[in-house]
Design a protein around this ligand. Structure first.
Ligand code: HEM
Length: 164
């Protein structure tokens, strides 16, 4: 595969290999706005460490310096680091003030194509139970009757063959 070096010294060939990059930093390129595009692998490395990164709505946030000040506590933030925390963030129903504060911690965008595919839970197929219980009932009756018939037959044979 051809690997070209772009003007900003980014290996274009390696970007097309995502998310199977070995060097995540190589896939980080400068944006026009001077923010970076990060690959998920890189974000996930910054988890529960000194520098805590997380993803919200396709943007990458470095919340390391916000831990102690976060009104929701540092534990929730810690548990969300290295992950896509969009659902957790939205579930809380953060205020507009919180959303304005976020800008301060934004360090770039996420290359969404590098996000691992979400696993969808497919419940196991229920076995198709036979609703018609008549067959089961007949079998149960036979299980009970057959031994009785055998016993009765044996008794009759014994009666007829008994010497007077
Ligand atoms: C840069 C990202 C974040 C910022 C700037 C931020 C900011 C805030 C602010 C200002 C509040 C006070 C309530 C409000 O104004 O809405 C808050 C509350 C809270 N946040 Fe965050 N937050 C961030 C990320 C997160 C994440 C990722 C989670 C969950 C994993 C989270 C969980 C919570 C919880 C549980 C509360 C407390 C809500 C309550 O007491 O009702 N936050 N956050």
């Amino acid at each position: 595969m051809d690997t070209h070096i772009s003007p900003d010294n980014t290996r274009l060939g390696e970007q097309t290999q995502l998310p199977h990059v070995s060097l995540a930093a190589a896939a980080t390129k400068k944006m026009a706005s001077d923010r970076k595009v990060h690959v998920f692998e890189e974000v996930s490395k910054h988890s529960a460490t000194k520098d805590c990164w997380l993803i919200i709505s396709g943007k990458v946030y470095d919340v390391s310096t916000f831990m102690d000040d976060h009104p929701g506590g540092d534990e929730v933030l810690l548990s969300a680091t290295g992950k896509d925390a969009t659902d957790d963030f939205e579930d809380i129903g953060h205020s507009d003030t919180a959303r304005e504060m976020m800008e301060k911690y934004c360090i770039g965008e996420l290359d969404v194509s590098t996000l691992p595919v979400k696993r969808v839970y497919i419940p196991p197929q229920q076995p198709h139970y036979n609703q018609d219980k008549t067959g089961d009932f007949v079998v149960k009756i036979l299980q009970f009757l057959v031994p009785l018939l055998v016993l009765g037959f044996a008794f009759l044979v014994r009666q007829y063959t008994k010497k007077e």
